[in-house]
Design a protein around this ligand. Structure first.
Ligand code: DX5
Ligand code: ZN
Length: 218
């Protein structure tokens, strides 16, 4: 059974309390929180202040995905805001190893995200240091995009890398996850499914989360 991490980027920001309550009542495992700076990605979302509100609104794991340049300048602010997992992009870090050490020193789980064009081999030398790899299955910046099928190949490659290195990193898939493609994603080796539009645009978000959670069950 995969972990399910609904992305609040697709929530109704005028009724966030309602959407947080819904996730709290659901089988969702994590809150996936997408931070965008308008530089690393062409969109701007929210920062540490909103994360601290989400922190107060849930006991579930706050999985903070930083789509920002020079994340090292901000990770402490996000840890203080209450992040449990902080994921930084390999493409945004000149000194990725140093940034991972920084996350560990702060006492948060360390995640590394890869854009669709970045090979999983880019993280071969740090795979044992991290808790999570987020494979972007769309180009980051917006919810509601189409899943890039090549990601399935990358999941299998990453799984091999993790198994052969003795890493304990979880594989998270982010972007365009639907009820239709979730079985293939989990079969390929994914541990965590991020879902924005699939959950929040569904007629019945609770049932949709429950269905995602059942992915791969006999
Ligand atoms: C994209 C974000 C995703 C996004 C997922 O840049 O990182 O987390 O919100 O949304 P869907 O599931 O709608 O593609
Ligand atoms: Zn994300």
């Amino acid at each position: 059974m995969p972990l399910v991490a609904p992305s609040l980027l697709s929530a109704n920001f005028l009724e966030l309390q309602k959407d947080c309550d819904l996730l709290n009542r659901s089988e969702a495992d994590w809150f996936h929180l997408d931070v965008m700076d308008g530089r690393f990605v062409p969109n701007i979302s929210f920062g540490p202040m909103l994360i601290s509100f989400f922190r107060k609104a849930t006991q579930k794991t706050c999985d903070v995905h930083l789509m920002i340049e020079e994340p090292g300048r901000y990770v402490e602010a996000f840890q203080q805001a209450g992040a449990d997992i902080i994921t930084i992009h390999v493409e945004a870090c000149k000194h990725l190893h140093r940034n991972i050490q920084q996350l560990k020193t702060l006492g948060v789980k360390a995640g590394v995200a890869l854009n669709p064009h970045t090979s999983v081999h880019a993280i071969g030398d740090i795979i044992r240091e991290i808790d999570l790899v987020c494979l972007m299955s769309v180009n980051p910046g917006f919810g509601g995009q189409q899943f890039i099928p090549h990601t399935l190949y990358k999941i299998r490659e990453l799984k091999e890398l993790i198994n052969s290195s003795g890493s304990k990193a979880l594989i998270e898939i982010d972007g365009g996850v639907t009820l239709e493609n979730a079985p293939a994603i989990v079969k390929a080796g994914a541990d965590v499914l991020v879902a924005g539009n699939t959950v929040f645009k569904a007629a019945d978000p609770l049932a949709t989360i429950a269905q995602l959670k059942k992915t791969g069950a006999a």
